[in-house]
Design a protein. Structure first.
Length: 220
């Protein structure tokens, strides 16, 4: 199967599995999405969705958020982990939004990346999900699956993002980003992987990945 055929197979399979695509993080506007994505670093979407309502009940906009102290924010978001860094980031970016952007989250990727605690992936998620601008944020699921499928060399997320953008049509980036994440969670996880359920990897997966899977399975 050529790389082009692999790409077509991925697109068709994901479209069948996920004709409608839920957004993992609960939010109501670009600001609450930005905060939720920042909080999701090294945490789970489920846990973040349990904590954001508690935070947003006190402050769901940058003007109210800067009225809270960093310590107050930290106490609320402790369960998501890395709370000292995240609390400083939430307060700092809220202050910057108020002082520089009249409380409005900018839609430009480069501007978002200038905010405290906002990296390329977080900024990419916000522009794609909040503003509908094509982006291809790469998380651990996408990085893992792109390698398993033989669509990237797996060296780092930067290369994986470049390969994803090169291989997939730009108009599908936003959908595919979410579809691959859901697929990775449901059919091709890092642990407890069952290749029989993983139709995409079992069909187009790179040989070294498949051989390693069966080698591990035999030892169990």
């Amino acid at each position: 199967m050529t790389k082009s055929e692999k790409v077509d197979f991925v697109i068709r399979t994901l479209k069948k599995l996920y004709p409608t695509i839920p957004v993992p993080l609960d939010h109501k506007d670009p600001y609450t999405l930005l905060i939720a994505v920042l909080m999701s670093a090294q945490s789970t979407d489920v846990r973040v969705n349990l904590i954001t309502p508690l935070l947003f009940a006190k402050a769901d906009n940058p003007y109210d958020m800067i009225k809270l102290s960093v310590e107050e924010i930290r106490e609320i978001i402790k369960p998501v982990g890395l709370s000292p860094m995240k609390a400083k980031g939430i307060h700092g970016l809220s202050k910057m939004l108020v002082e520089k952007y009249d409380g409005i989250v900018p839609s430009e990727l480069e501007l978002l990346e200038e905010f405290p605690a906002v990296g390329h992936k977080t900024a990419s998620v916000v522009v794609s999900q909040a503003f509908g601008i094509p982006a291809f944020p790469v998380d651990t699921h996408i990085h893992r699956l792109m390698y398993r499928w033989g669509l990237t060399n797996g060296k780092n997320v930067i290369q994986t993002e470049k390969d994803a953008k090169r291989l997939f049509p730009k108009e599908l980036w936003n959908d595919l980003h979410l579809q691959i994440i859901w697929y990775g969670r449901e059919y091709s996880p890092a642990r407890g992987w069952n290749l029989e359920k993983d139709i995409i990897t079992s069909t187009i997966g790179r040989r070294t990945v498949l051989n390693e899977y069966y080698k591990i399975k035999k030892t169990r």
